[in-house]
Design a protein around this ligand. Structure first.
Ligand code: PEP
Ligand code: MG
Length: 577
């Protein structure tokens, strides 16, 4: 019988596929058959992992503070001795050969056999030794798993057409998944504004998040149908449900085809005003989509994905090559490069955002991280400046909270320009500089920020998070996420007004800009530039082409005073009718 579960839908597609359970934080012992010459590669893999586990333990031994009790180092010594024992050094290799299997499986067989021996003795001292044995096996397994990170080809074949079920996924995981051809994913944690969810939307990957205990109810290998719009997950759907999902897929394709007729239509309101529709991009694959829908350019390039995709800091040359490639693909359309916004849910091992991260969203992230470590920031600024000689580029700073912080970042930009001038580099001397307004303090002081900038861009994802004090990746407080909250709308209006006062453009690049339900409301509040995932552009264009701006101004203002949810829904229905 079909089992129906409900989570939060974060992208609009639907899909059907077999379940693949991913236990990211636990070791996976999956048996794989290995034969022929691959067997010697697998043995080599085990030997490397074994020797890396030893290196790791020796490193730990070296780092033990001198004042530590002797027990600490003897404990490590014991583990090192165990590693050298045949039970760990050579027996698993024999098992790989005998069973023609992968190293992880052989390690599991060996571990189970030894644990069984320990289990048969009931001396409490021996029992603690059993824990040591497990720890040492885990060291080798860790080393195997970290070498596994690079064995993505295996994942590619394992994940193709599957629906991945995991506790949580990082944006980097999501990128690997898309390349592996997964059919969709379901996570137990996370909210619709996490970067994983944003990426799923932009990659058109059906996804459901916040489905607690999903891995308890869903079994590996069973068929699953997921509805990324309504958050519905159905295990073992019957023929009727499968047909229903196939029909939904056909309907979505039909709707996309219908909307594609607007590719070349002008982006103007029915009353004639020009409205700029820009695209958000995370990865270079987005360029295909944004060209198809004829976006006017890129309003937000989330460059941190350059760091996340290889889990390392790109050097100046890598930045420069990527930006020039993107510019070439844009054929003269402007590219707004947001300087790296790492931290919070976008972490890489090479960048340490500090030891105390109880509230990482409020910690060393975005521009704070860059100002804290110019060795990350300056190479990116140099690359952006160099790229500006090749095409229209704008720079945008994320997560600004105070004007002095902006001035410090501007100063660093100016000194970078100066050193590049001295060294004969060409760049656009008038490169526009913008700031993201995504912290309430910055929204309230938008006018002061506007004095120092060429454009503002409203990041509603963070603005809503910080205004309503809800962690955007925490599904437990997600019910409070509300773009229609009058406090949020008032801040948005303040930023738009500051732009008008200082005669500088204001864009919105948070997810709210791509939600067609809010297009008229935002137009009514005075917004004229929207930046969104490319696959939302035509829907928004469709709405604005049917909108007379004079008719939405007054209804939009009434949202600013409406705290009642039912009245908000009624207002929304009215403005959209
Ligand atoms: C935002 O906060 O609205 C935004 C566009 O930036 P990000 O989602 O990358 O934090
Ligand atoms: Mg943000």
């Amino acid at each position: 019988m079909a089992l129906m579960l409900n989570g939060m839908g974060v992208s609009r597609g639907v899909s059907i596929g077999d379940v693949f359970i991913l236990r990211r934080n636990q070791h996976e012992y999956i048996e794989q058959k290995i034969s022929g010459k691959d067997l010697s590669k697998e043995i080599k893999r085990y030997k490397t992992a074994h020797s890396n586990a030893k290196k790791q333990l020796r490193k730990i031994r070296k780092e033990i503070p001198k004042e530590s009790p002797d027990d600490v180092s003897s404990f490590i010594e014991t583990h090192l001795l165990m590693l050298d024992d045949a039970m760990m050094a050579s027996s698993p290799i024999e098992l790989i050969k005998q069973n023609q299997c992968n190293a992880e499986w052989a390690l599991k067989l060996q571990r189970d056999a030894i644990v069984k021996v320990f289990d048969s003795m009931d001396d409490p001292y021996i029992a603690t030794r059993q824990d040591d044995v497990k720890h040492v096996f885990n060291h080798i397994m860790d080393a195997l798993v970290s070498s596994e990170k690079t064995r993505t080809t295996d994942k590619k074949t394992q994940w193709k057409d599957r629906i991945i079920i995991a506790d949580d996924l990082t944006p980097a995981d999501t990128m690997i998944m898309q390349h592996s051809g997964v059919a969709g994913f379901v996570t137990e944690m996370g909210g619709p504004l996490s970067h994983t969810a944003i990426l799923a939307r932009s990659l058109d990957l059906p996804a459901v998040v916040g489905l607690h205990d999903a891995r308890l109810f869903l079994k590996a290998g069973e068929t699953l149908a997921i509805d990324g719009k309504n958050g519905l997950v159905i295990a073992e759907p019957d023929e009727t449900l499968i047909e229903h999902f196939h029909k939904r897929q056909r309907d979505l394709r039909r709707k996309a085809k219908e909307l594609s007729k607007l590719n070349d239509a002008k982006s103007r309101a029915k009353s004639g005003e020009k409205i700029t529709l820009l695209a958000n991009m995370e990865v270079e694959e987005d360029l295909k989509h944004l060209r198809k829908v004829k976006a006017s350019g890129v309003g937000l390039y989330r460059t941190e994905f350059l760091y996340l995709q290889d889990n390392k800091i790109p050097d100046e040359e890598e930045h420069y090559k990527t930006y020039t490639r993107v510019l070439r693909a844009l054929r003269g359309a402007p590219l707004t490069i947001r300087t790296v916004d790492l931290g919070a849910d976008k972490e890489i091992d090479a960048v340490n955002s500090g030891p105390v991260a109880h509230n990482p969203a409020m910690g060393l992230r975005g521009i704070r991280l860059c100002l804290n470590d110019p060795s990350i920031f300056v190479p990116q600024l140099r690359a952006i400046l160099r790229a500006s000689a090749k095409g229209p580029v704008k720079i945008m700073f994320p997560m600004l909270s105070t004007v002095p912080e902006l001035l410090q970042a501007k100063h660093l930009l100016e000194t970078t320009k100066e050193s590049m001038r001295i060294n004969g580099y060409k760049f656009d001397e008038k490169i526009p500089l913008g700031g993201m307004i995504e912290v309430p303090a910055a929204a309230i002081s938008a006018s002061h920020f506007a004095e120092h900038l060429d454009f503002l861009s409203i990041g509603t994802n963070d603005l809503i998070q910080y205004t309503l004090a809800i962690d955007r990746v925490d599904d437990q407080v997600n019910y409070l996420y509300d773009p229609l909250n009058p406090a949020v709308l008032s801040l948005i209006k303040m930023v738009i007004d500051a732009g008008v006062k200082h005669k500088i453009p204001v864009t919105m690049c948070g997810e709210m800009a791509g939600n067609p339900n809010y297009t008229r409301l935002l137009l009514g509040l005075g917004l004229r530039e929207f930046s969104m995932p490319p696959n939302s552009i035509l829907e928004v264009k469709n709405i604005l082409r049917q909108t007379r701006l004079s008719t939405v101004r007054r209804p939009a203002l009434s949202f600013l005073h409406c705290t009642d949810k039912e009245k908000q829904s009624a207002l929304l229905e009215k403005i959209n009718s």
